[in-house]
Ligand binder design. Sequence first.
Ligand code: NAD
Length: 513
Amino acid sequence: MTEIAERPIDMGAEGADLGVIPHWIGGQLTAGHSGRRGPVYNPATGRQAKWVDFASADEVDAAVAAAAAAFPAWRATSLSRRTEIMFRIRALVDERRKDIAGLLTAEHGKVPSDALGEVARGLENIEFATGIPNLLKGGYSEQVSTGIDVYQIRQPLGVVAGITPFNFPAMVPMWMFANAIACGNTFILKPSEKDPSASLLIAELLAEADVPKGVFNVVQGDKVAVDRILDHPEIKAVSFVGSTPIAKYIYETGTRNGKRVQALGGAKNHMIVLPDADIGMAADAAVSAAYGSSGERCMAVSVVVAVGDVGDPLVAAIKERLPKVRVGPGSDPAAEMGPLVTREHRDKVASYLDKAADAGATVVADGRQAEIYGEDGFFLGVSLIDNVQADHESYRNEIFGPVLEVMRVATYEDAVKLVNDNPYGNGTAIFTRDGGAARQFQFEAQAGMVGINVPIPVPVAYYSFGGWKDSLFGDLHMYGPEGVAFYTRGKVVTARWPDPGTSKVDLGFPRTR
Ligand code: NAD
C-alpha cells in the first residue's frame, strides 16, 4: 500500500482521462481536495483504470462530523424502523449482486463466480442484522430486593470506523457496517485503496434504502486517513481487517487513544490430512481452498500437512488436478482463478518459489511456467511446493497467493505441533474418517476457526469470525453475536417505585436480603 501511496502522482494527462473515485460524506459523493490520489488497476489487463482520492485529515474530520451529527437521531430511531431499513438494504444488495460483483472483478480481479460468492457471504451479515431487535434484548430480574428490579440494556457507542483489506472489498465492509448501524452507531468506512469502487455502490444502496445522511460514510485513502481515524477523539471504536503488522499497529495505536479495537490480521492455515482420509476428497479440498481467489483469502489453505504415508499419494492427487485449474480474466466464463491484485504482489508471491527451492524444498508445479504468466495482467499460475520445512522462509511468511506448500510429518502429534507452534492462528482443518481424532483436534488446535473435513471453515453470520494469536488483536471476534457486543456497551439499571410515605434516610450499604 505504501508503495502505491508514495509513488509520484501524475495529475496531468493520464489523471485527467481516468475517472477519480471520490469519498461519500454526509450522504453524497464528495470529491477529494487533498491533492493526493492513488492509481487503481484492472489486474486482468495490468493497466491503470482509475484514480482514487486519498483523504487528508481534514476530510476524515468532515466525515466524522457528518457521522457525529447523524448519531443522536439515528440512535433514537426505533428498532422497528432500523430493522425495516436493514431489510431494504438486504433487498437492494440482493438485487444488485451482479453489479457489486462486477466491480470486484474489475478492481480485485477475482472471477465472477468467486465475486458473487463474496457478495453472498457478505449479504448473510445484513440478514443477521435484520434480527437486531432480538439481538439487543437485555435481561430483566424482578424483585432482586423488595420492590426493586434490575435490567440490562445495550446501547450504541457513537461514531465507529472500519478499515478494510483489498481481498474482500464488499464482504468485509458488510461484516462491519451491518451490525454497527443496526445497533444504532454511525459508521465510517476506509476501504482498501486498491479496489475502492464497491464501497461507493454500497453507499448508494444504503442511501436508497433510506439510511439517513451521515449514518454511513466512506473516506478513501491510505495511512493518512487511517492515522486520523485512530487519532480522532469522536471515533469510539475501530474494526480492522488486514495484514498482521498493520493490525498490531491499529490495535496498539487505537487502544492507546482510548478506543475499542478489534484488529484481524494475516494467516497461515494448515490442513492436516491423516492417513485414513479419502485422498481424492482431500486433494479436491486442498486445490479448491488453496487456489480459489488466487490464494488471496485469509482463510485459504496455504499448507497441507501430510501425516504418515499419505504424502506421496496426496501430492500425486493434487498435482494431477493442477493442469485443470483454468486461470484467466474474469471476462472468460471458463476462468476459475483470476490474476493477483497488483504486479508487485504477484512478483513477491512468485519470489517465494525460488526461495523455497534454494532452501531445499521441491517445486512440484511452478506457476511462472503458465502461459498466462507472460501476459500484461498480474497473472500467476498455480504452484505446489513439497517437502517444506518449518524454518523455510516460504513457510514463515504469509504468501497470500496461489502457492500451496506441503509438509510431511510422521504423526498426528507432529502435525498438531506445527499448527500450534505457528504464530498465526486463523483457521485450520483436519481431513480424516476418524471421529475421535477429529474431536481431539478440535480440542487442542490453537486457532479460532476449525474445519473437520471442511477446508475453509468461515463461520456463518450467526457465529463470529476471528483467529487467535497473531491473527487477531483484541478481545471480540467480528460479526455475529460478538460483533453486536463490540458495537454496543452494556448498562444495568436498578429501579424501584416506592411509596414516598415509606422513604427514610439510611446510610448503610444497600443490601438485597
Ligand atoms: P493491509 O494490511 O496492507 O491493508 C489493510 C488496510 O490497512 C487497508 O485499508 C490499507 O489502506 C490500510 N493500511 C495499509 N498499510 C497501512 C499503514 N502502514 N498504516 C495504516 N494503514 C495501513 O492488508 P491487505 O494487503 O489489504 O490485505 C491482505 C491481508 O489481510 C492479508 O494479510 C490477509 O491475511 C489479511 N486478511 C485477514 C482477514 C482476517 O479475517 N483475519 C481477512 C481478510 C484479509
